[in-house]
Every structure is written in structure tokens, then in C-alpha cells.
Design a protein around this ligand. Structure first.
Ligand SMILES: [Zn+2]
Length: 574
């Protein structure tokens, strides 16, 4: 009795979803060949970097070649993105990623999932981006007013084989984008990550819960089910304080064939079962993860690679024939005979597609002109590299916190490392360099805390997993965090006095509960949002103190961690 009921239910669900349920099955004993190409976490990198690495013009050459080859072999192809096209390069950010989305259109993307950074700007800009892209932006788990906000999935008929692609967006988007939810007031400074209009009333449901309902429906409609996700790959489901990622979902939900992922920004190449090769070398063999029958792939970030998965389908059986990450002009540093460091390609040089170059060049030139204004200099590198700033104190973390401390007249500062997006190289500093480090336009605030509240706040900060965007950088704090117990706390070089009042400087994003920090805004009546924008404060500090003495910002073990909790450090939340 049960089966017909389910069938009726499914049919009505499908009708409601506008799905045509009468479609032909694949031909018996026929082998279908198809190729999935993928990138993720593009983050504004439409143009190659100063060393000539990545960029959409070289990507176009590679993708065009593969298309021609697959077509000649009688196969089919889908090009998918794991999301986060937005935010990270000033030339892109200042033009609302117009070159990036137009570039993706030219590359022939079939679909992308919305990443958390697609919500950095107000929704009308996302609507503009959808027009520039002209391919589906998918997400099954983003709701507004109890209704899905985007197309949940798309079914592609590829030479008689039906391939379903659904989108799933990390439920950390709420935490990473707009913690205030509906309570934003008009005084909120608009423009970036925490823009009220971008996520007010928007709900990010748990991707695995949504997938558990959707996948069985898609299985009745399609021969192959792909999830384009922006949730992160955490080795062996070790996701620390981040929301659950691809591995967790694949284990919980049956029936997914392939997960094209993003968000954690790493190549997903496995050394052994549940052991990711975090020292993956470009050009090397890459074995995707596999969990509960689902292959999981991710192509690092920024278009550094195009991922390529070649599949065969026959009589209901899907087989991954070959997988590769194709490096896009990636280079390594080698020291020559003259002792000088040179950048050398890992693999043969890929020429840039002239048509794509011609389309992108005016965008690049316009951006460069505005951003090349010199503001100061540093006499050493200021380290904000993601692999370090999210797991230890670094010189740039210290510098930004010091700039905030000075501007806010704060006794101490706690800074979320997720807000530090790049390093600053030795030498001249331009406005562009500063905007690369702090692209979000977040404003700064302060609150007066009692000594006891200082202890609570520092405890909350020190609990943040290494590798997460919440991992703290400090100014004015010395302490020992010993097996989870905070002791020997000094604020502004004085032992903490529980009876005294201290001024804490923070980003308004954190004060609103962003990255999982204790809420100050609306909770602590002394909290003030100054309206100062983080990048402007950093710029002013550099102008005032130029040349920056880089050595004086090197960490001196001010906050000592003894046996901090172990997590997957390489699994990072963007
Ligand atoms: Zn992301």
C-alpha cells in the first residue's frame, strides 16, 4: 500500500515543481560519455596576477580545447561553479564583478551555486549580476518568506542522458554575512558584507536537510544527480566551528553522484581514505574524495585550476573514468644559479584567448587607474596569508588591530582573521593593497567592558577554531590560554583588574555576532558603531606611520596557547 502513495506524492510534488515527469529513459546497453568541468571561489580574479597565473583569458583557452575534444569524441559537457564569484580583488569589487560574470558567460558556464559572498552586496546588484551571467544561479536551501529565493536545481538533457544539478549554500552564510538578520536599522552603513538589504528575512536552511528531501525527487527525474555546493570540504567531517560541509552531507544523504564544491578553498585530492593531501602539488595526480557513493571535487580557488571529471554511464551505472585538476599557468619559485628567485611554470604555458582578453581589458584598466594611488610604504612584508592568519598571530593581524586601537582609543582590540584577506608586500603601498586586505567596507565600533566581561570575551575569542574566520588577532592583549583555561591576562601591559572598565575595539560585523562572536550590538548599551570604515582606518594609519616598521609588528607570543583544541587547520571557512 505504501508504494503507490509515495508515487502519488512524488508526482504531485514534481508537478508542483513544474517538472515534466514523462521523459524517456536512457537506451539500454548504450554507454554515455560526459565531462564535468568546474571552478569555485573565483573571488574577483577575472585578470591574471602579477606573475601571470590564472585569469579567465587562459581559462577560456583550456575550456575551449576540452569542449572541442569532448565533442569530437561524441561526449557531452557541463561547466559548473561552486560559488563565491564575488569579493576579493578591488578592480572586480568596485565594478560589482561585472567582468567576472560576463567572463563566466563567455566561458559558457551552465550553472553555479550561490556562495555566501554572493550576498555581500545588496540584492539589486545580485539581480544585475544574474543578467550579466545569463546562466542559472542555483540554491535549494535559501528561503525568503518561506519561499525558495532561487531556482533549486536544473535538469540538463545531455544527448539523452538527464543530469540534475542542484545548488546548496552554506548555512554559515547567515553568520558570515548578516548576523543582525531583520534587526538592522537604517543607520547601518551599506555597501558590503553586512548589508541589511542583502539578507534581511533570508533563511539559510541546513543543506543536508533540504538535500535529503530533494535528492529522492531528482532521482525519479534524472539519471545523474550532481550537487553544486558552497559548503566546504572538511577532511573526515572535521568541520570545527564551521557549519557542516560536503563530507557530512554526502554521508547523511543517499543518492548524490557528484558534489562540485567550494568555500573551503582547497584542492580536494586525497592521499588515502579520509586523508586529504594538503600539500598537493599543481600538475600532480588528484584523486577526489568519495563518501557514501558520492565523488567530491573542489578546484582550490581563484581559477587556479579547472577541474575535469570524465564520466561514463551505462545501464544505470555511473563510472568516473578520469579526474584531473588542470593548473592555469600556476608557477613555483625556484632559485637560479645567480641566487635570484624566479617564477617557473608547473606545466606548459597556456596562451590567453584574445577575444576574452579584449572583453576584460577595459575593466582591468579602469580599475587600475583608480586604485594605483600610493599611500605609504613598509620596510618588510606584512603577513596576512590565509594559511597563517587563521591559526596564529601575524604581523598584518597585529598592524590592523593596532590601527583600530589607535583610532578607537581602545584598551584592546579583537579582530576576526576572516576579515584579513591578503598580505601587504615589502615596499610601496597603494590604496589597492589596502582594499585587497580589507575589501568588505566593514565599520568599526567599541564597547566598555568590566574586567569580568573582558575575561568572557577573550574566552569566547580563544575558543575559535584554528582555520576558521573567527580565529582572533589582538592588540593590547597578553595572556596564556592553557588547556582551555585563560590566565595571566594583561590589558595594555597592565594585569587585568576585574573591577576596572576597559574599552574593547571591534568590527561592527563581530559586534553584531558575526563569525560566532558574542553579540555586543543591542546587548551591551555602551556599544557604539563609529561608522569608520576598516580599510579607511588602515589607510590613514599607514599614511600617518609610513614607512611602516614591519619588524615591530612581528608577533612576540603575546597570547600563548598551550594544547589548544585540535581541528582541521587546513579546512578554512572563507
Ligand atoms: Zn565561501
Amino acid at each position: 500500500m505504501k508504494k503507490p502513495q509515495i508515487a502519488v506524492l512524488l508526482a504531485s510534488t514534481l508537478t508542483a515543481l513544474g517538472v515534466n515527469t514523462a521523459q524517456a529513459a536512457p537506451i539500454k546497453d548504450k554507454t554515455y560519455h560526459f565531462t564535468i568541468l568546474h571552478t569555485n571561489d573565483h573571488h574577483g580574479r577575472f585578470w591574471k596576477n602579477a606573475d601571470g597565473e590564472y585569469g579567465m583569458a587562459a581559462q577560456k583557452t583550456v575550456i575551449d580545447q576540452i569542449r572541442a575534444q569532448v565533442k569530437a569524441d561524441g561526449g557531452q559537457l557541463l561547466l559548473l561553479s561552486g560559488g563565491d564569484v564575488n569579493t576579493g580583488v578591488p578592480e572586480s569589487d568596485m565594478q560589482d564583478a561585472e567582468p567576472d560574470f560576463k567572463g563566466m558567460r563567455k566561458l559558457g558556464f551552465d550553472a553555479m551555486v550561490l556562495g555566501n559572498h554572493e550576498f555581500d552586496k545588496p540584492l539589486p546588484i545580485l539581480a544585475k549580476q544574474q543578467k550579466w551571467a545569463n546562466f542559472p544561479m542555483l540554491s535549494a536551501n535559501v528561503y525568503r518568506g518561506n519561499k525558495p529565493m532561487f531556482e533549486a536545481y536544473k535538469i540538463f538533457n545531455k544527448g539523452g542522458l538527464k543530469i540534475a544539478v542542484m545548488g546548496l549554500t552554506t548555512d554559515d552564510t547567515r553568520k558570515a554575512v548578516s548576523p543582525d538578520n531583520l534587526q538592522f536599522s537604517d543607520t547601518w552603513v551599506s555597501g558590503h558584507v553586512s548589508n541589511p538589504k542583502s539578507t534581511a528575512g533570508i533563511e539559510f536552511r541546513k543543506p543536508a536537510d533540504v538535500a535529503a528531501k530533494l535528492v529522492p525527487v531528482l532521482r525519479t527525474q534524472a539519471d545523474v544527480v550532481i550537487a553544486a555546493t558552497h559548503m566546504g570540504h572538511y577532511t573526515d567531517a572535521n568541520h570545527g566551528s564551521n557549519a557542516a560541509g560536503d563530507v557530512e552531507m554526502a554521508r547523511a544523504v543517499n543518492g548524490i553522484d557528484l558534489i562540485v564544491g567550494g568555500h573551503s578553498q582547497n584542492p580536494v585530492c586525497m592521499k588515502a581514505e579520509n586523508v586529504r593531501d594538503d600539500a598537493y602539488v599543481p600538475g600532480g595526480e588528484c584523486k577526489p574524495d568519495r563518501q557514501n557513493g558520492a565523488w567530491i571535487v573542489q578546484a582550490h580557488e581563484w581559477g587556479k585550476y579547472v577541474g575535469r571529471a570524465d564520466f561514463e554511464y551505462k545501464n544505470g551505472q555511473l563510472n568516473l573514468v578520469k579526474y584531473a585538476l588542470i593548473p592555469i599557468n600556476l608557477k613555483k619559485s625556484v632559485t637560479g644559479a645567480d641566487g635570484k628567485k624566479n617564477k617557473v611554470l608547473y606545466t606548459d604555458e597556456i596562451t590567453e584567448n584574445p577575444e576574452m582578453l579584449a572583453m576584460l581589458t577595459p575593466f582591468q584598466e579602469k580599475g587600475q587607474k583608480v586604485l594605483s594611488v600610493e599611500i605609504g610604504a613598509t620596510n618588510g612584508i606584512l603577513d596576512g596569508d590565509r594559511s597563517r592568519v587563521r591559526s596564529q598571530a601575524t604581523s598584518l593581524g597585529n598592524l590592523i588591530a593596532a590601527a583600530m586601537q589607535e583610532k578607537l582609543k581602545a584598551d584592546f582590540v579583537v579582530l576576526n582573521s576572516g576579515g584579513v584577506r591578503d598580505s601587504i608586500a615589502d615596499g610601496k603601498i597603494t590604496y589597492k593593497d589596502v582594499l585587497k586586505v580589507q575589501p568588505f567596507g566593514n565599520t568599526l565600533g567599541y564597547a566598555e567592558l568590566s574586567g569580568a566581561q573582558v575575561m568572557d570575551y577573550l574566552n569566547a575569542a580563544l575558543k575559535m577554531s584554528a582555520g576558521s574566520g573567527g580565529f582572533p588577532q589582538f592588540a593590547g592583549v597578553k595572556a596564556v590560554y592553557d588547556n582551555g583555561v585563560l590566565r595571566d591576562v594583561f590589558i595594555n601591559n597592565q594585569p587585568l583588574d576585574l573591577k576596572k572598565t576597559y574599552r574593547l575595539g571591534v568590527g561592527d560585523f563581530m559586534a553584531a555576532g558575526g563569525d560566532g562572536y558574542p553579540k555586543l550590538k543591542g546587548v551591551n548599551p555602551s556599544y557604539v558603531n563609529t561608522g569608520f570604515v576598516d580599510a579607511d582606518v588602515l589607510k590613514a594609519y599607514i599614511q600617518k606611520h609610513s614607512p611602516i616598521q614591519a619588524a615591530s609588528f612581528e608577533p612576540k607570543n603575546e597570547v600563548q596557547r598551550i594544547n589548544p583544541p585540535s581541528v582541521d587547520v587546513a579546512a578554512q571557512k572563507p
